[in-house]
Design a binder for this molecule. Structure first.
Ligand code: DAT
Ligand code: MG
Length: 138
């Protein structure tokens, strides 16, 4: 079973969208393999977003993702990575079609509600930041 890491970011949690987002994945046929609420440390946030270090928006991104509680989950199923990315919509909500999470619930690239891993390799790296193997249901 392919797995991907999904985060409901602080804006999504604050807007009460956690249940809606999980329900969309479940209705699609994907399954929740792990789930927790947490407040991310700056060190873990920098590790998660290491590929963006040095970019102009990096400090703002780390400040935002650590600004409040997030919900982290492992979502599993056939083509989970690609399917979750399609259901999220593109990074900039202005480009996101209605029916996608970002297209339905976000306006600004800096506050775009949801994270999903961009490849199976990224998923494996990111899942380790949030979950130990015994926390993931097989
Ligand atoms: P995604 O979250 O769609 O995988 P990404 O990995 O390119 O997008 O960027 C990670 C996050 O960083 C993104 O969700 C929002 C923020 N971000 C990306 N590009 C940005 C920009 N040009 N200005 C402000 N924030 C940006
Ligand atoms: Mg990304």
């Amino acid at each position: 079973m392919e797995k991907t890491l999904v985060l409901v970011k602080p804006d999504g949690v604050a807007k009460g969208l956690t249940g809606e987002i999980i329900a969309r994945f479940e209705r699609r046929g994907l399954t929740v393999a792990a789930l927790k609420m947490l407040k991310l440390s700056p060190a873990k946030a920098e590790s998660h977003y290491a590929e963006h270090k040095g970019k102009p928006f990096f400090d703002q991104l780390v400040a935002f993702i650590t600004s409040g509680p997030i919900v982290a989950m492992v979502i599993g199923g056939e083509n989970a990575v690609k399917t979750v990315r399609a259901m999220m919509g593109p990074t900039n909500p202005a480009d996101a079609a209605p029916g996608t999470v970002r297209g339905d619930f976000a306006l600004s690239i800096g506050q775009n509600i949801i994270h999903g891993s961009d490849s199976p390799a990224s998923a494996a790296r990111e899942i380790e930041i949030y979950f130990t193997p015994d926390e993931i249901v097989q």
